[in-house]
Write a protein that binds this ligand. Structure first.
Ligand code: SF4
Ligand code: SF4
Length: 126
């Protein structure tokens, strides 16, 4: 009797699993809902950036770099592969120029994607 009961339980579980929606998501083919406050890909607003370098100073992963020639002339770079998506740069920036989006960071095989030019003051003057 016990054996039959066990078999029914198993059969029940199999049927349930066949009917139920899968727990996993076919990402990236299906959209993934991320929770509010998720620290995803970094977004940058070059117009708000003053070039103060606080984000670079506070980044624990050395994922930000600033090449500064003068107060007005500088380049701010981001290295996504080094980034820990910790949120420190967002906290450090007094101008709201750098923040996290609610989007996942895509994988890449293009080496150009390993360095993002957040701001090139020369280019924005042209
Ligand atoms: S999220 Fe963290 S690791 Fe990434 S750039 Fe900002 S401070 Fe650096
Ligand atoms: S992003 Fe913010 S903290 Fe970083 S250099 Fe620009 S103004 Fe300063």
């Amino acid at each position: 009797m016990d054996k039959i009961k066990k078999r029914f339980t198993l059969l029940n579980a199999v049927v349930e699993a066949m009917i139920k929606q899968p727990e996993t998501i076919k990402y990236p083919f299906a959209a993934m809902e991320l929770p509010e406050g998720f620290r995803g890909a970094i977004v940058f607003d070059p117009d708000k950036c003053s070039g103060c370098g606080l984000c670079v100073r506070d980044c624990p992963a050395e994922a930000l770099h600033i090449n500064k020639k003068s107060r007005e002339e500088y380049t701010l770079l981001h290295y996504p592969a080094r980034c820990a998506y910790c949120g420190q740069c967002e906290d450090s920036c007094r101008h709201g120029a750098i923040s996290h989006s609610n989007k996942l960071v895509g994988a890449t095989t293009h080496k150009d994607d390993w360095v993002l030019v957040f701001k090139d003051s020369k280019a924005s003057q042209e």
